[in-house]
Design a protein around this ligand. Sequence first.
Ligand code: GLN
Length: 251
Amino acid sequence: MTTVGVLALQGSFNEHMAALRKIGVKGVEVRKPEQLESVDSLIIPGGESTTMAKLAHYHNLFPALREFVNSGKPVWGTCAGLIFLANKAVGLKTGGQELVGGLNCTVHRNFFGSQLQSFETELSVPKLAKQEGGPDACRGVFIRAPAILEVGPDVEILADYPVTSDNLASMAPSDEDKENEMGPLDRVIVAVRQGNLLGTAFHPELTADTRWHSLFLRMGEVKGERSLQCASASNSDDPEGKGAPDLPIFE
Ligand SMILES: NC(=O)CC[C@H](N)C(=O)O
């Protein structure tokens, strides 16, 4: 049985552990570099990326995290975790922060503004639905969320989101990264896949929809490791996703 590591320094690692339990998968909290040796894939959760980077540095995790990403094992970054995986991040705190890198994209750390500008929305996710079944949309919980401003040619876009005057209003006037460097954007990217790497700017682990977790597990299956029976079983009694509304859960 596959073992999924969840980086457990800070942020929403408990919620990812709960989502994995729900689909019958063993999650292991990872706090030390050597623990990465015994997991098959890794989730880097949301939280606060600057703080998480300081903790990762303190625990000497960066070299092992980079090695893990380069090994080709699946790694999924949600929100702050997405920032960790990006090759380039803008809108950082003064002094910057260390990144793991590997994902060929530029991320804006707080694109959608402060905690107060957090929001929930329906995202169109036809590629996710095609692979995992269920509806063509998923609930996106954006908490002080980053956004991907541009991606390299090897990156597949799984979801994007329109930039409206509302979310532009949340831009700090001094925020030159969004305006000058990138030019005006009418959409930003909020979910991507590049080979063994998955990145989401929102928090699937805070909803009842387990399809992002099962997609991630499927990425590790290419090597023929695990049957997704338990994951698909959890969706099979509601293949159209018409049952209970997909409200956020905080288990
Ligand atoms: N919910 C989140 O993970 C927020 C991430 C936050 N923007 C950061 O800088 O890390």
